[in-house]
Design a protein around this ligand. Sequence first.
Ligand SMILES: C[S@@+](CC[C@H](N)C(=O)[O-])C[C@H]1O[C@@H](n2cnc3c(N)ncnc32)[C@H](O)[C@@H]1O
Length: 350
Amino acid sequence: MTGAPVMSSVDDVTGAAPPPVAPSAADLEMMQTLLRLTDLFTPSAVRAGATHGVFSAIAAGSTSADIAANRGLDAEFLGILIDFYDEVGIVTRHGDAVTLTAVGEALATAESALTMRGMFGQTARSMIGMDHTLATGEIATRGVFGTDFWTALSATDPNAETIAREMSAAGVDDYDSDLVRDAIDWTGVRSVVDLGGGRGDLLVKLLAALPNARGTVLEYGHMAAVARAHTSSTLLASRIDVHTGSFLEQIDLRADVFVLSGILADWHEADALTILSHAREAASASDGRVVLAEIALRATSARERLYHRTVVSRPVREADELIDLAARAGFSNAVVRAATPRRSVLELTP
Ligand SMILES: C[S@@+](CC[C@H](N)C(=O)[O-])C[C@H]1O[C@@H](n2cnc3c(N)ncnc32)[C@H](O)[C@@H]1O
């Protein structure tokens, strides 16, 4: 910064302290720029309100006192928060009456995606662990929560409903999942286990094409509850089970095909090898095979690359690398059945 006031200097001739110099417009602008680049304060204040439904409550005409009473919030703190929202142009406050500005209305609409709970919130909170990723290469979730993303998600308050709502609201990007159904010969397959199958969308798609097959989603923690609720609401409910477990442990399920879709990106090499080895052992014990349907999170900007790498260990593993991993996990054969920029589908023989 240029021309910053040096408050402690003393006039060489008179010994008197010089009058303080007001910061120049350039200094103030630079300070604003620094705040824009470094401020965690405003996002935290906005997300605190979103988490507790403050914006939608204001949109519905509630006063600060009503919101505190209805939602069990600290009335004093909420009052200060709403004054701050007024200062930054999110609301206009006249005494008890609070109204949303245009930005506030947009926030009220987007509120459920801005909470600090569920998957979106955990991702947002993970971002402050980027220093951990910089120091170690591990995902930021490990720095903030001390564990992988999914374990941290299931360790927090019972938020299966929040997760289910987020997945429905966002829609589930299936990353060319039709390829998994279309690139594999499913002839004679009577049973499929989807390891880490999320809420069960891919399994439903596969079983719709395999009328004589049954399927199981192996899922972990809250996501198993989400899968149970979702699959039981589909027309194929009677052919789908959900099993709560972990692919980081030995897998006792038996099936003709074990699917791993969009799983390995989350994991560093050692964990990826563990998951693949467990899938291979289960397929081997079943006289079956593994379909490895990995997704690629390709970025178009440094910001997007940074985001992906903060959240997952290996955003992109090309087919060659997957073949190499499969060989090291003990598979006797790996064939690439399809590959697009967003997904590689490999068939692995134990
Ligand atoms: C990126 S999502 C992929 C979901 C789904 N397979 C798909 O293709 O959309 C990763 C999934 O792995 C699950 N998962 C994470 N850790 C797990 C574990 N230890 N055992 C089983 N599933 C796990 C998560 O709950 C999540 O649903």
